[in-house]
Design a protein around this ligand. Structure first.
Ligand SMILES: [Ca+2]
Ligand SMILES: [Ca+2]
Length: 125
């Protein structure tokens, strides 16, 4: 059954196979799913933890240079950020990025998050 609450939130190669893997967020149930892809074919799904229900997935990129894609979460309402340092498709470390940072600074640039806010664009999976 189609569920339009799932929103494409980021995409990166999480398992290192050269194929881009999308991350989906369900704003109704607060589930996060990583889809491991082979070209346009779904190979496997991995349930990822959510930083908190009011956090948005802001970026998927290798933040610490270890070759593993990491996930950055942003809370636009409280100017808070978390990072999941990943080991492949598993969360290795969860860190608060906002310690000691001026809360007027915001992360920006996720092409998957609409400026209209979470849930403003959706996809069917
Ligand atoms: Ca991949
Ligand atoms: Ca990394």
């Amino acid at each position: 059954m189609a569920d339009t609450n799932w929103v494409l939130s980021a995409a990166a190669d999480f398992d290192g196979d050269g194929q881009t893997d999308p991350v989906w967020r369900n704003y109704q149930t607060h589930e996060v799913q990583l889809w491991l892809m082979n070209a346009a074919s779904l190979v496997n799904t991995v349930a990822l933890p959510l930083a908190a229900p009011d956090f948005q997935l802001e970026a998927a990129s290798d933040l610490n240079g270890d070759g593993q894609v990491d996930i950055v979460w942003d809370n636009p309402y409280r100017a808070e950020n978390d990072v999941f340092l990943m080991n492949g498709t598993s969360v290795a470390t969860n860190s608060d990025l906002t310690k000691g940072v001026d809360t007027n600074w915001r992360i920006s640039g996720n092409p998957y998050v609409s400026p209209d806010g979470p849930g403003s664009s959706s996809a069917t999976i």
